[in-house]
Design a protein around this ligand. Structure first.
Ligand SMILES: C[S@@+](CC[C@H](N)C(=O)[O-])C[C@H]1O[C@@H](n2cnc3c(N)ncnc32)[C@H](O)[C@@H]1O
Length: 245
């Protein structure tokens, strides 16, 4: 594929991730993937490790694990990859994989179907931006723990921030981000407690809550750009957690 062909194919896709495909071509995803990557505080090297990326979408984090030397990477997804919605599908992943000459493996599988029998177990598991899409968050984390041998990197939206005790919001509709695929907003204490419940012995928040001023600015930005509910954005935030078995 020539750079011109790649550029024109890239232009036909609605991207989630911002991926550098070489030749000066960077996909224009809504996600600030480089900034998110920084916040994840991943190890510089995954040499010798197997990595599972759950909910990979366009695959930015799968390709990054491969770039950092992982001996095997499996990217999985279900909702977006099934192409059931008109705003997203798997074409971004497929094109990026081809353009990058990547050996990342792929499997369409729901979080709740993950098991050692179906996918095996992995040294490192990414569960990024998926927990709040789960109708059954604790069961999902049990499934994630079941395929994690050592180290989990979890990134999630959080809610109920004024409670110190574990608490979780339930989203019956589209009250957060006008997105009816958001189901739950645990607070940081609930995320930690659930991870301990499913068998992680050490759990650390490495990307914590931002200042109220940051959240107000975020609320204004998303209201202006997408008409997302202002207070729904302001009262929520995102955290990054590292957890070890
Ligand atoms: C907000 S995106 C996060 C994408 C990427 N991990 C990131 O952090 O940028 C959520 C992803 O989870 C996937 N997803 C949602 N529900 C799922 C489920 N039940 N099983 C597997 N993947 C799911 C979606 O298809 C989507 O790709």
């Amino acid at each position: 594929m020539t750079p011109e062909e790649l550029r024109s194919q890239v232009a036909t896709i609605k991207w989630h991730h911002s991926i550098d495909l070489g030749h000066g071509i960077v996909t224009q995803g809504e996600d600030n993937s480089a900034k998110k990557l920084e916040r994840l505080q991943l190890p510089a090297s995954f040499a010798g490790k197997s990595v599972l990326d759950i909910g990979a979408w366009d695959g930015f984090f799968s390709f990054e694990a491969e770039r950092r030397g992982a001996k095997r990477v499996l990217a999985t997804d279900s909702f977006v990859w099934r192409g059931q919605v008109e705003w997203a599908d798997k074409r971004g992943f497929d094109l990026s994989k081809r353009a990058l000459g990547s050996s990342v493996e792929e499997m369409e599988i729901d979080v709740l179907d993950l098991s050692p029998e179906k996918v095996g177990t992995f040294d490192v598991v990414f569960f990024l931006g998926v927990l709040y899409h789960m109708k059954h968050p604790l069961l999902s984390l049990e499934k994630v723990a079941g395929v994690t041998r050592d180290f989990l990197v979890l990134e999630t939206a959080v809610d109920m921030l004024r409670y110190k005790r574990p608490a979780m919001a339930y989203y019956a509709g589209d009250e957060v981000g006008r997105d009816s695929t958001n189901w739950c907003g645990p607070n940081p204490a609930a995320v930690i407690a659930m991870l301990r419940t499913v068998g992680f012995r050490r759990v650390e928040i490495v990307g914590g809550l931002r200042s109220p001023l940051f959240r107000l600015a975020k609320g204004a930005y998303y209201w202006q750009k997408h008409r997302h509910q202002f207070w729904g954005t302001v009262r929520t935030d995102r955290i990054v957690v590292h957890a070890w078995k």
